[in-house]
Design a protein. Structure first.
Length: 376
């Protein structure tokens, strides 16, 4: 850690094994605010259910995850023929870029780093457009840059800012891009965690529109990897027919089916996220140490107000005390004053606030790293 970029993860959070080894904790002892998944974790009973299914891993999983694919199509209220399942949304983002092979890819900044990695793997040139908090959404100017054979990437709500953009504006952008021969991929991995499904584009059928959706974020299953993509029927059909029939493993398929049947789980998750996001935002603002960008999802972007604030020192101070936050200075357009935190359960959020208070009491806001006494 110590601010070093992790090439194994591409700079993402959630590398508990590495953090635990560095700071002398077990993975179970660390509280991870660096990975923004559903704070409820998997639905009750899922782990026991999967344990009972382990003898079945001696057989191949169902090709194309037929039962889960059908259940998801009903859950998302989309045609089955437009739906593709994969080993997490990230794999599908890469697959969509590789399938389209665009000449140029327009990527938001700041946003998820995998878009650039996927674009470069597909051999495309990369251009950034700004999605900084507080800036006016100039989609007309953005559309004017698009050309035939390009691809535009959008993240809604955006990661790490959490800003949720209106469906109406994005639908207009998709239509204009279609007229210009530009494909559009919208990453909707966090829409389901905003409680605003009406802002999704999943019911919009356009020959140039692709959506990527994380199910591991929604159901708290990052270790299993599960995601889905929506795209034009003919293109999804070709990818399905020509691609790997066992992209989704048996346990991930069974976990997905279990989660689809978990009554009340999503409603409970949304209520918790809304309540705790507002709590965290209010408490962090009250410290006077941070600007809090109030997004719509299960995470918050923050900026240290002291010009000397350094995320390396702040991250190290908290990690010594068993708490991980996601540094955000490796997002394009953000500097060392920015970091992101996940919204977690109330006792864990209280723990984060206590450790931040300890950081403030130490007088360490802009100075050198102090020994907090938390490492072992």
């Amino acid at each position: 850690m110590s601010g070093n970029y992790n090439d194994e993860t591409g700079g993402h959070g959630g590398d508990l094994a590495r953090a635990a080894q560095k700071w002398g904790y077990s993975k179970e002892e660390m509280v991870d605010f660096s990975s923004n998944i559903n704070p409820l974790g998997p639905p009750p009973g899922l782990l026991e259910h999967l344990g009972s299914l382990l003898p079945n891993i001696v057989a191949y999983p169902t090709p194309q995850a037929r039962e889960l694919r059908s259940g998801l199509a009903e859950f998302l209220q989309v045609p089955l023929e437009r739906l593709l399942l994969g080993n997490g949304a990230n794999e599908l983002i890469h697959l969509i870029l590789l399938w389209n092979r665009p000449k140029r890819v327009f990527i938001p900044a700041p946003s998820f780093s995998e878009y650039e990695r996927a674009a470069k793997l597909a051999g495309a040139a990369v251009e950034y457009y700004s999605l900084l908090p507080g800036e006016e959404d100039d989609f007309t100017r953005l559309a004017g840059k698009l050309g035939h054979g390009d691809m535009l990437v959008f993240c809604n709500p955006n990661n790490p800012t959490g800003i949720l953009y209106p469906r109406s504006k994005l639908a207009e952008l998709v239509s204009e891009a279609g007229h210009r021969g530009t494909a559009v991929m919208v990453d909707e991995s966090f829409v389901s965690l905003t409680g605003r499904p009406e802002e999704s584009l999943r019911d919009m059928e356009a020959d140039n529109l692709w959506l990527a959706i994380s199910l591991t974020k929604l159901w708290g299953l990052p270790g299993l990897r599960l995601g889905c993509a929506l795209g034009p029927m003919d293109k999804i059909g070709k990818i399905t027919g020509w691609g790997d029939p066992w992209r989704v493993n048996y346990l991930a398929q069974e976990a997905g089916l279990f989660c689809l049947a978990a009554d009340g789980y999503l409603e409970e998750s949304l209520a918790l996220i809304e309540k705790e996001r507002l709590y965290l935002a209010g408490e962090l603002k009250a410290t006077g140490a941070f600007e809090v960008f109030e997004g719509a999802a299960n995470y918050l972007l923050l900026k240290g107000l002291d010009p000397a604030f350094d995320i390396n020192r702040f991250q190290d101070f908290l990690a010594r005390r068993g708490v991980l936050v996601r540094r955000a200075d490796n997002f394009n357009k953000l500097d060392r004053r920015y970091f992101r935190i996940a919204v977690r359960r109330h006792p864990e959020n209280q723990r984060l606030l206590r450790e931040i208070k300890a950081w403030m009491d130490s007088g360490n806001q802009g100075g050198s790293v102090l020994d907090s006494g938390g490492g072992r």
